[in-house]
Design a protein around this ligand. Structure first.
Ligand code: PMP
Ligand code: GLN
Length: 378
């Protein structure tokens, strides 16, 4: 059969993770922790299984968990999402993003995407015959040129996708950014898809500016989050999205077809675990310590850091070391030096001359030390 999706490549995360395994390299590429999720959380999953929660849960998730999510958002961002109609459990944020894009993007619709961007947005837009409209983030702060965004908005604009804290750059959107966006979207029909999977990983006392905090954004926003990122269990593939009822109804039509509902015993466990806010509020300081440790370990190297303000990724510019393209250098670093990373151009189809690598620091101190020791010798 001719491919329906001929230009879609294997995700760079699969490519680099398998290259790391084949070369026995320290894997700082794909974003996942190499330490364990909370033992109590695992016990709670097992308990739920023993207690017989082994059949389909409701399509949008169990009410006990949706209640906890609603309470968490209200406490942190001061807005109340309706438990029954505005919160949906998904198989990771990936499925929430795909379902949201598929529910709304029709052939010819334009979707504004900021580059570099997480690698699942564009293929999902294209699979729905939509058109990604790319806006490059500017300067070493990766800031958004709102005038450029304004110029790119027109009658065909269906959706804007934002991601804060941002993968891969570790930049965060400020209150002023959100207000600029509000000004552009107010009084339009444009949907905002806000990828906030790193909402609980933000540094230096910066406050996360969730789209749900801004009334003219919240009224049109689908906000996605990921328990995998927050609770060190990316392999469980648990996430959720929240949105106003009218939008959520449309997302359900896709969600029901993609998976119908998600893992029941894990939902029981998370409903318990979320009762203690410490379980997620301690995350920023935990990762800030790791970021600082990693930056310190890398101080003497020829890699130049662009300090991360959130997420568990750190970008380094390597132009002092070589003229190689980032993909070539990332391959060589994995194969010859045994440290795997992600070349940033893979997030960034516009700019192939990139000389930046993304390193994931969600790793034990021992792993970070070993990696830095190698990178210090380059
Ligand atoms: N969005 C961003 C920005 C990500 O980095 C990731 C990767 N984890 C996802 C979405 C997907 O999240 P999940 O693993 O919950 O599907
Ligand atoms: N979000 C993770 C990253 O950026 C990877 C997720 C995936 O493998 N699709 O590394």
């Amino acid at each position: 059969h001719p491919s329906k999706f001929p230009n879609n490549k294997t995700s760079i995360f699969s490519v680099m993770s398998s290259m790391a395994r084949e070369n026995n390299a320290i894997d700082l590429s794909q974003g996942f922790p190499n330490f364990e999720t909370d033992a109590r959380l695992k016990e709670l999953v097992y308990k739920a299984m023993k207690d017989g929660y082994n059949q389909y849960p409701p399509m949008n998730g169990i009410p006990e968990l949706r209640e906890q999510i609603s309470a968490k958002i209200e406490k942190l961002y001061g807005v109340k999402y309706k438990v029954d109609s505005e919160i949906t459990m998904t198989s990771g944020a990936t499925q929430a993003l795909f379902s949201a894009i598929t529910a709304f993007v029709r052939p010819g619709d334009e979707v504004i995407v900021f580059k570099p961007a997480y690698d699942s947005y564009e293929p999902a837009i294209k699979l729905n015959d939509g058109k990604p409209i790319l806006v490059q983030l500017k300067g070493s702060n990766f800031s958004i040129d709102w005038q450029e965004v304004k110029e790119k908005i027109n009658d065909r604009t269906k959706m804007v996708i934002i991601n804060t804290p941002h993968n891969p750059t570790g930049s965060v959107m400020s209150k002023e950014d959100m207000q600029q966006l509000e000004g552009l979207l107010k009084n339009t029909n444009i949907i905002l898809l806000s990828d906030e999977v790193y909402e609980h990983i933000i540094f230096d006392n910066i406050e996360h500016q969730s789209a749900s905090r801004f009334p003219y954004l919240a009224e049109r926003a689908i906000v996605c989050s990921s328990f995998g990122k927050t609770f060190h269990n990316t392999g469980w593939k648990m996430g959720y999205c929240v949105a106003p009822e009218e939008l959520m109804k449309e997302i359900w039509k896709v969600h029901e077809l993609v998976t119908f509902c998600v893992n029941h015993p894990m939902q029981r466990a998370f409903a318990e675990h979320l009762k203690n806010p410490k379980n997620y509020l301690s995350l920023s300081s935990f990762y800030q310590e790791k970021r600082d440790k990693f930056l310190k370990l890398m101080e003497g190297t020829k890699f130049t850091a662009i300090p991360s303000k959130g997420t568990y990724y750190q970008l380094f510019d390597f132009s002092e070391i070589t003229d190689e393209k980032d993909t070539d250098f990332a391959n060589r670093l994995t194969q010859e030096h045994k440290v795997a990373s992600i070349p940033v151009s893979e997030f960034n189809i516009d700019k192939k001359d990139n000389q930046q690598l993304r390193f994931c620091f969600a790793k034990t101190n021992e792993t970070l030390e070993k990696a830095a020791e190698i990178l210090n010798r380059i």
